[in-house]
Design a protein around this ligand. Structure first.
Ligand code: FPP
Length: 227
C-alpha cells in the first residue's frame, strides 16, 4: 500500500530564474542574483513556521564555473555577504548550516568563513543545507571511492559516504522557473522524491509557495516501488 498523507522531513530546491527575473525587470543579472539571495533570506526566516527538518538549496553547481568570470565573482561576493550578515540570525534561530559539494575547493577565505559558520551553528535543530560547488555525479563518484576503500560497495555503504549521509531522506524536490530537469542535483537522493516544478522565477518564490508545494506533496501517494 502506498504511504499517503505522510509529512515531508526534507525538501530540496533548485533555485532557478535569477537571470530571467533580472531581464524581465530590465536589470543586470547581478541584481537578479541579489534578489535571489533576498528570497533565500526570507525563506530561511520562515522555516520556523514549517515542520521541516531540512531544507537543501542549490546555490552553486560544479558546472556554474563555466559562467563568465564576473558572474562567478558576483555569486561568490553574495555568498560572503550572506554569511557575514545572516550567520548570527542562523545561530539565534536554531538553524544548523550544512554544506554539500566539493566546497573546500572554493576560495580559502570562503572556506574559512564556512568552517566558522558550521562550527557556530552546529547545535541548531533545523538544517539548512547549501549545495556549493556541488554536482551529484561527482558526489556519487567520491562516495563510491570512499565506500570501496572501506569495504564492499552496497547501496547502504555508498549512501553512508554521500555528503547527505547525516540528513533525512529527501522527500520533495522543487525547481523554480518552469525548467523540468534535475541538473545534476541530488540524483541519488531523488530516487523516490516527489518532484514539483513551478513557473515562478526564484526571486519571486515565497514561503506560501513552499507551503503549497508541501500541500501537494501530502496529497500524493508514495509507493517506493511497492503497490
Ligand atoms: C539560477 O539562476 C541561480 C543560480 C545559478 C544561483 C542561485 C544562487 C542564489 C539564489 C544566490 C546565492 C545563494 C546564497 C545562499 C548566498 P540563473 O542565473 O540560472 O537564471 P536564468 O536561468 O534565468 O539565467
Amino acid at each position: 500500500m502506498g504511504v499517503e498523507g505522510s509529512r515531508a522531513r526534507h525538501v530540496a530546491i533548485i533555485m532557478d530564474g535569477n537571470g530571467r527575473w533580472a531581464k524581465r525587470h530590465r536589470l543586470p543579472r547581478a541584481a537578479g542574483h541579489r534578489r535571489g539571495v533576498e528570497a533565500v533570506r526570507k525563506l530561511v526566516r520562515s522555516l520556523r513556521g514549517f515542520d521541516l527538518e531540512c531544507l537543501t538549496l542549490y546555490a552553486f553547481s560544479s558546472e556554474n564555473w563555466k559562467r563568465p568570470v564576473d558572474e562567478v565573482d558576483d555569486l561568490m561576493t553574495l555568498m560572503r555577504r550572506f554569511i557575514r550578515s545572516d550567520l548570527q540570525e542562523f545561530v539565534d534561530n536554531g538553524v544548523r548550516l550544512k554544506i554539500v559539494g566539493d566546497w573546500r575547493a572554493l576560495a580559502p577565505d570562503i572556506v574559512a568563513m564556512l568552517d566558522d559558520a558550521l562550527e557556530r551553528t552546529r547545535h541548531g535543530e533545523r538544517t539548512l543545507a547549501v549545495g556549493l560547488n556541488y554536482g551529484a555525479q561527482q558526489e556519487i563518484v567520491r562516495a563510491a571511492r570512499a565506500a570501496a576503500a572501506a569495504g564492499p560497495i552496497t547501496t547502504e555503504t555508498l549512501e553512508a559516504h554521500l555528503d547527505t549521509a547525516d540528513l533525512p531522506p529527501l522527500d520533495l524536490m522543487i525547481r523554480t522557473s518552469g525548467e523540468m530537469r534535475l541538473s545534476n542535483f541530488l540524483l541519488w537522493q531523488a530516487a523516490y522524491a516527489e518532484l514539483v516544478f513551478v513557473d515562478t522565477l526564484w526571486p519571486d518564490f515565497t514561503a506560501d509557495m513552499l507551503a503549497a508545494a508541501l500541500d501537494d506533496f501530502e496529497r500524493r501517494e508514495r509507493r517506493f516501488g511497492g503497490r
